[in-house]
Design a protein around this ligand. Structure first.
Ligand code: PGU
Length: 407
């Protein structure tokens, strides 16, 4: 018999979002009349807008024609890569520094192969669970100790440090996971903060994996949308991004990663060349239909639709934030991000999650699921139909005012 992969055995708990879905199912089974509303997982709910949808349809139509048919296209359509470079990076990157993927999560998982199991990991705490869980799967952790994994450096991001980590905690030669706008806190790193992060990475010979999946939700034009707005970031950072949230492609599956040619390993070898080798070996490219939709999303009409869709979700976020403020619950996020991070001092976040589900039949995400520093917090997602979000807010205000949160 083959032994179980010890890295899987090292994982402390199941993946966060299926666990929440399970608790929702259990609640629904014991309360069959409950009209449950989800402000839990960040999954898009609104239809793909017409121009982008026409791009997807046209992509499918072309596949049925002799002139338009295409097969494998490993690194992605050259036109799409050019468009990504010009729309998001001012033309800074050549197309062979841009790798089209089937989504940011998939690339975050695969990028681990670049570094191997011996690499030190530093991750924002709280953070998108894929960074830490993916690192554990890749063999970077030595098991669970107390509230976190041994071998992974947690970088607390709390109200005390304005949700930006103490860069002194980052070990030399480590792989740093950083997400801005942040999931789950909704905080966005400003230019000075990102410059400090880049400076630390350069000084300590680290590589940053910068997750910009929510960059299109940034409305404050002084905030950087990509780490490459910072000097020397191309020497120390890989950026992953996605069409999932801005274009409603969570089910279509399309993203990209930037692996600059200036990025080198300790021995001077090219990270870009190795990523090209890995991606060519274990990935056969994103769907050509999805890429046709991606191209439509990046022309003038498509960019207007991205703005419209992200404005819609930001409108939901404002409703949620205003409701929490009425209840005098401290919260951040929701202005340049689709997540609102609400603080319940001294409370266990799974208990607050259960209380909101019981009293309001609203599903949220407990902060502790994103890391030890998330304890006491709840994440509200702004992805939902407007009527559902309005109803969830109404329930929160009416029911929680009548029957306030337990202390
Ligand atoms: N990066 C971040 C920071 C995310 O929050 C998510 C989705 C992704 C990447 C995934 O991007 P794709 O391009 O669609 O792969 N986070 C959601 C969904 C949960 C999940 O497991 O991905 C969330 O609720 O946190």
């Amino acid at each position: 018999m083959i032994n179980r992969n010890p890295n899987i055995a090292n994982l402390k708990a199941g993946y966060l979002f299926p666990e929440i879905a399970k608790r929702r199912r259990e609640y629904a089974a014991s309360h069959p009349d409950a009209k449950i509303i989800s402000l839990g997982v960040g999954n898009t709910t609104e239809p793909v807008l017409p121009h982008i949808n026409a791009g997807l349809i046209e992509g499918a139509r072309r596949l049925g024609t002799a002139e338009g048919y295409s097969g494998y296209q490993d690194e992605g359509l050259p036109e799409l890569r050019e468009k990504i470079s010009s729309v998001f990076y001012n033309g800074k990157f050549e197309i062979d520094e841009i790798f089209i993927s089937d989504g940011a999560k998939c690339d975050i998982g695969r990028l681990q192969i670049l570094f191997g199991s011996g690499t030190k990991i530093a991750a924002q705490d709280p953070s998108y669970p894929v960074y830490v869980d993916g690192s554990v799967l890749a063999g970077a952790a030595q098991g669970w100790e107390g509230t976190g994994y041994a071998g992974i450096t947690y970088l607390p991001c709390t109200a005390d440090n304005n949700f930006f980590p103490d860069t002194d905690l980052i070990p030399n030669d480590s792989l740093i996971y950083f997400c801005s706008p942040n999931n789950p806190t909704g905080a966005v790193a400003d230019r000075g903060q990102l410059a400090a992060l880049v400076e630390t990475a350069v000084k300590k010979d680290c590589i940053i994996i910068f997750d910009a999946a929510y960059s299109e939700f940034i409305r404050d034009s002084s905030l950087p949308k990509t780490i490459y707005e910072i000097d020397r970031a191309d020497q120390c950072a890989i950026e992953v991004n996605s069409f999932s949230k801005p274009a409603g492609f969570t089910g279509v599956r399309l993203g990209w990663s930037i692996v600059p040619k200036a990025l080198k390993f300790a021995g001077g070898e090219s990270v870009n060349a190795d990523w090209n080798r890995i991606a060519g070996t274990i990935f056969n490219g994103a769907s050509n239909i999805a890429q046709a939709g991606g191209l439509a999303a990046l022309d003038d009409e498509g960019l207007k639709e991205i703005r419209e869709l992200t404005d819609f979700y930001l409108g939901n976020a404002k409703l949620i934030r205003d409701s929490l403020k009425k209840l005098k619950i401290q919260c951040i996020g929701g202005d340049n991000s689709p997540y609102i991070w609400a603080y319940f001092p001294g409370r266990d976040s799974w208990e607050v999650f259960a209380e909101i589900l019981e009293k309001c039949q609203v599903v949220t995400t407990p902060g502790a699921g994103f890391g030890p520093a998330g304890q006491g917090y709840i994440r509200f997602s702004a992805f939902g139909h407007r009527a559902d979000v309005e109803e969830a807010c109404r329930r929160l205000i009416v029911l929680m005012q009548k029957n306030p949160f337990r202390q």
